[in-house]
Design a protein around this ligand. Sequence first.
Ligand SMILES: NC(=O)c1ccc[n+]([C@@H]2O[C@H](COP(=O)([O-])OP(=O)(O)OC[C@H]3O[C@@H](n4cnc5c(N)ncnc54)[C@H](O)[C@@H]3O)[C@@H](O)[C@H]2O)c1
Length: 364
Amino acid sequence: VVAQEEDSDLIVNDDLGYPITIVDDARPPIAQFLRERDARFVVLCDSNEHVYALARTIARRNRACLGVYAFPLGESRKRFSTLERVLEALLASGADRQTLVVGVGGGVASDLFGFAAATFMRGVPYAHVATTLVSMADAAIGGKTGVDLKSGKNLAGVFSDPLAVFAHVDALQTLPYRSLREGLAEIVKAAVIEGGDLFDSIETLSPHAFWRWPWTEVVAHAVKVKTMIVADDHKEAGVRELLNLGHTFGHGLELASGYRITHGAGVALGLRAAGLLALRTGRFSREEHLRMLATIALLGMPLRTSQRADNVLAAMYADKKKRDNTLRFVLPRAIGDVEYGVRVPERHVRAVLRELERAPEVTG
Ligand SMILES: NC(=O)c1ccc[n+]([C@@H]2O[C@H](COP(=O)([O-])OP(=O)(O)OC[C@H]3O[C@@H](n4cnc5c(N)ncnc54)[C@H](O)[C@@H]3O)[C@@H](O)[C@H]2O)c1
């Protein structure tokens, strides 16, 4: 249950059995959490100047802190080579099996530091302080950690739940738009899955400047959608697949473009593609489809691509989420009513991919 504490903007979500604290300034609740734990800890962070400054404040004047270690991250560094450096740093800090690892940063940090904590001395407790929209609304939640391999993203890792997650919402103030947009794509996805208030509020907010958005509530709402789905299906055997809405197409587009199409842009295009496929197969109404597209367009996310249908289709088959060489889709029946595991004839998929090469008729 999302508990809104009186006279405070602090929102704590406990659906997954660990607290996810969403608040403008997460430093006081982090300090309290560390005080209550009363054990030694190490801070690992992305070396981005804003993230590093936050990490230093967390460690400041706390004698239980064994040190702050900063690593240049980014997707290209979400690799075993960085993991090894992180593990060596943990050892050098004097950390042992009881030491808490506090990771600070975006989705790369939560995947990589979470994986490091899960494997250091066969596993030490981990808490994450999220500083990007992707990590607040998605990456830091649900216990998936890991690194990329040469052959593809997120191909090695473990499920490992953190002890606590903190979304330091003030961090969004320094986040570049291109990173914010990555997270917005996942939030729109969550809004299409959930429908109701979340979709309505994103739709209403979409024409407004981002600094005016009530980010704490928006993040809390998106987190609620993810935690409810993950709580039902921790290891992705079924209903967690809903979270892949827009991702079958999205991953194919990312891959086919050699990652020039970012994950967020791929998800935005993938949402349009899922909508088109649902329209074609008689599931979705044109009116709702256009509502979804208008919101995506207002948020500055792409709706058309020059990627060739054949290449994208081949990439979709190559993607790791395929099963027995069959593509399965997550498709909307309505905003707020999404089904997963849907198989459709390939000619429809091809037709949709060709349609993606053209701009939509109406974008609101
Ligand atoms: N495990 C999961 O369930 C899951 C889910 C979604 C995404 N992910 C992973 O998340 C990663 C993407 O996450 P991301 O978009 O946060 O990328 P990221 O961690 O690389 O952060 C994006 C950029 O923002 C910078 N940054 C971080 N905080 C900042 C701040 N407050 N102000 C200014 N700059 C800041 C970083 O240095 C980086 O350059 C991918 O590797 C993806 O696979 C994982």
